[in-house]
Write a protein of this length. Structure first.
Length: 69
């Protein structure tokens, strides 16, 4: 997770993050979706998992859990 942003039209809070796979692109996702659980092997799990916490001026590393089989 790189930080938070505010949608210019709706003022919804968005989360800015970088993918840890593929081309490592930058993505935004509404905070509500970023924090909602997904089903992993039939059990609820957080969509993203903290891998390494960072100091306030650094970037935290998170892992995304897939909600697809």
């Amino acid at each position: 997770m790189l930080g938070h942003a505010t949608h210019s039209e709706t003022e919804e809070t968005l989360v800015l993050y970088r993918a840890l796979y593929g081309e490592h692109g930058l993505w935004v996702r509404p905070e509500t979706l970023f924090l909602e659980p997904v089903s992993v092997n039939g059990a609820p799990a957080p969509r993203f998992e903290l891998i390494e916490a960072a100091a306030p001026d650094e970037i935290s590393i998170t892992r995304q859990h897939s909600d697809k089989p």
